[in-house]
Design a protein around this ligand. Sequence first.
Ligand code: GLU
Length: 329
Amino acid sequence: MNASSRLPRVSIASLGGTVSMQPGDQHAGVTPRLDCEGLLRGLPQLGQLAQIEAQTLCLLPSASLDVPTLLEVLSWARCQVEQGAEAVVLTQGTDTLEESAYFLDLLWPFDAPLVMTGALRAASHPGADGPANLLAAVQVAIDDQSRGRGVLVVLNDTIHRATSVRKVASLAMAAFESPGVGPEGGVVEGAVSFHRPASTRIPLPVPVRAVPPIALLEACIDADTALLRALPALGYAGVVIAGFGAGHVSQAWAEALGELALAFPVIVASRTGNGPTARSTYGFVGGEIDLQARGVQMAGALCPRKCRVLLGVLLASELEGVVNRWLGP
Ligand code: GLU
């Protein structure tokens, strides 16, 4: 047995994003062009850490990732583990990373880590952070402490849980945070450490039906209810509201949401970006007590975008009746 065959097997796939972007010939600006092999060429030290299997699954800006693509990615990642990979690493654009990580986390059935990373600076940019992020992602992926934690997001030497991570800055290097709970751990000089033990996960079955359209609307001052009232006729199967403060809406929206809740699931989250919705504090019309009495679910600490992902996956498996299990305090 040679030395490399004793190294852990890690499968790495590229989906595109800034981490794989370079200037092209025809268009202004950078676009996804660097495939997974190209990404790995810049990181020869990975060969000392793991036996790497590389695959380019797509080369998209992450704004154009969709559920069917993510289901294909999931299927590929599951096959890798079933065929002996000890961990899987995905690179993608950071713009939608919090949503795709959460989607995959809901459906990831293994203790084997699924680690996602990306970059804020394009591959062609001086000081590109992609190689360092990919190296840290592999270091996390092969660490035993990462097992049983579902999908982890690793950027800027910081480890986040898929449930809590958010992109909080458009271009800054420290673009990812886990508001309210803080990061799950970190990587220092290649050493991985976690701040807390793994928590219990309830992986969902892969949906057998198509994930239905779920609307996401933000409560704004003096907003009318025309879009809300149009949703059922437009074919939506549920709605998530990014509500004011601790999960509040206007009186007019409260009435409209109560009517919608008779037709399909309605979740109200907080638009603040930090902290949970309330459950039993405010008594005004449109406050959380009134909304719950109208059949609306409060999101807890789950952000509006992740509520939308959750509701779609649950509806596709006819499990929306137990949505509360995933909406934490
Ligand atoms: N800033 C984004 C990125 O980090 C832009 C492109 C994308 O999300 O694909 O990748």
